[in-house]
Write a protein that binds this ligand. Structure first.
Ligand code: NAD
Length: 415
């Protein structure tokens, strides 16, 4: 894990610092790192940056501006330095604390398993945060997409994503199978592939703490622990138990459980309290479609969170409109959640919506909420006016199809 920092900020900017115990101290010219990314990354970044700058100017005049700091990672970095992700970049991210990134192609044939997973693990960005909210006018496959307004907190460092696995037939897999048989009395098919699913109270509680804090700070009323604990008792089931344990020890005066709601409060949540409940993952997928209004903040282990994020994003119009952030205790990396879509690279064609909405999250994170609101509402107006990129245009009637940068300019016009 890196914890080294770069001492001097780039010219024209100041570092975001830790500030008081409640969070960060953000100067008027904060340094914010950006990683353009691979494939369509430069297209969506070129389109998004002017939108971010225009929103800051509109909201704060000349009082505030962002000092954008280019950081190298991905294919271009590999060509220039022989590395896809260097220690210099990791140190720069640690110094900047706030970074926004485009998608990174996972190199094929060795090197990092995934640059994104590496970033999350090296910087201990333990929570993947995905707000899923409908932007009016966006084509959706469900009848009432406006009923979806949830924020997913997905644990980002453990679970089967820890990358501990051995291929069927390898000496390592055979050794583990042998160990399980001799030492634990467990019989597996001798040709099994093996994966390990580690989940700890430390990481689970950190994630649930963040989800509960978010809910309390943002006036949300329900936090749901989503797990598959009926089958995987000591990982997923334990996640649920650790979640309740944490809530009881740190938020006892603010939390009401589902049982308490019935026994102590006649089913009515008292003012100022937060309902903490839990759902088994498969049931939660059904609930998300049938009763989305009953859910607000979901705290989930890594794999469940991955599935749920994309499924919910689909309900509000797909990944092109889904923002995300990977957040640790001191560093936050905001990112377009789709991949690098290489066949569209350099065509100025794809939808920059995911990066733009990740920018909205970034502005909320640094407390520049007015700038975030301007982007969101101008984007909503643009979609309502049916001025959209190809991916949405083909699902709408009477839409005007526009380029990636054209969509961004239309948003700026509507601020
Ligand atoms: P992808 O998301 O790049 O593309 C799949 C398809 O989705 C595209 O062909 C396109 O039709 C559509 N699409 C994606 N983004 C769009 C946008 N902004 N606007 C409109 N349409 C869009 O998925 P993939 O092809 O599986 O992955 C390509 C590369 O991206 C891989 O190397 C993968 O590892 C990487 N990846 C990176 C991230 C990340 O950096 N966070 C996430 C997922 C995949």
């Amino acid at each position: 894990m890196t914890n080294k920092t770069v001492s001097r900020p780039p010219q024209g900017g100041e570092w975001i610092t830790t500030g008081d115990e409640n969070g960060m101290s953000v100067p008027d010219s904060p340094v914010i790192g950006f990683i353009e990314g691979d494939g369509v990354g430069p297209d969506i970044w070129k389109a998004s940056k002017p939108v971010f700058d225009a929103a800051v100017k509109k909201a704060y005049g000349s009082k505030r501006q962002i000092c954008w700091w280019p950081l190298a990672a991905g294919e271009k970095c590999f060509i220039e330095t022989g590395m896809s992700l260097s220690d210099d970049t990791l140190q720069a991210i640690t110094s900047a604390r706030v970074v926004i990134k485009g998608p990174l192609t996972t190199p094929v044939g060795g090197g990092f398993r995934s640059l994104n997973v590496t970033l999350r693990q090296k910087l201990d960005l333990y929570s993947c945060i995905r707000p899923v909210k409908y932007l009016a006018g966006t084509p959706s496959p469900v009848l009432r997409p406006q009923d979806v307004d949830m924020v997913i907190f997905r644990e980002n460092t453990e679970d089967v994503y820890a990358g501990i696995e051995w291929k069927s037939g390898t000496p390592q897999a055979i050794r583990i199978i042998d160990f399980l048989k001799k030492e634990m009395g467990v019989n597996l098919d001798p040709d099994s592939g093996i994966g390990v699913k580690p989940m700890s109270p430390t990481a689970s509680k950190k994630l649930v703490r963040r989800a509960i804090k978010y809910a309390l700070d943002n006036n949300r009323k329900v936090v749901t622990l989503v797990h598959k604990g009926n089958i995987m008792k000591y990982t997923e089931g334990a996640f649920r138990d650790w979640g309740y344990e944490l809530a009881k020890s740190e938020f006892a005066d603010r939390i009401v459980t589902e049982d308490e709601l019935v026994t102590d409060y006649s089913g009515k949540l008292p003012e100022g309290k937060l309902l903490l409940n839990d759902r088994i993952a498969d049931a939660m997928f059904q609930q998300a479609l049938l009763r989305p209004k009953e859910y607000e903040v979901l705290a989930m282990p890594n794999l469940n969170g991955d599935y749920m994020s994309d499924a919910l994003a689909a309900q509000v119009g797909g990944l092109g409109m889904a923002p995300g952030a990977n957040v640790g205790d001191s560093v936050a990396v905001f990112e377009a959640t789709h991949g690098s879509a290489p066949k569209y690279a350099g065509l100025d064609r794809v939808n920059p919506g995911s990066m733009l909405l990740s920018g909205v999250m970034m502005f909320e994170h640094i407390g520049w909420k007015e700038a975030g609101r301007l982007i969101r509402s101008a984007m909503e107006q643009t979609v309502r006016d049916k001025i959209v990129t190809y991916d949405l245009a083909r699902l709408m009637t009477g839409a005007t199809e526009i380029s990636c940068s054209g969509f961004a300019n239309a948003i700026i016009d509507r601020m």
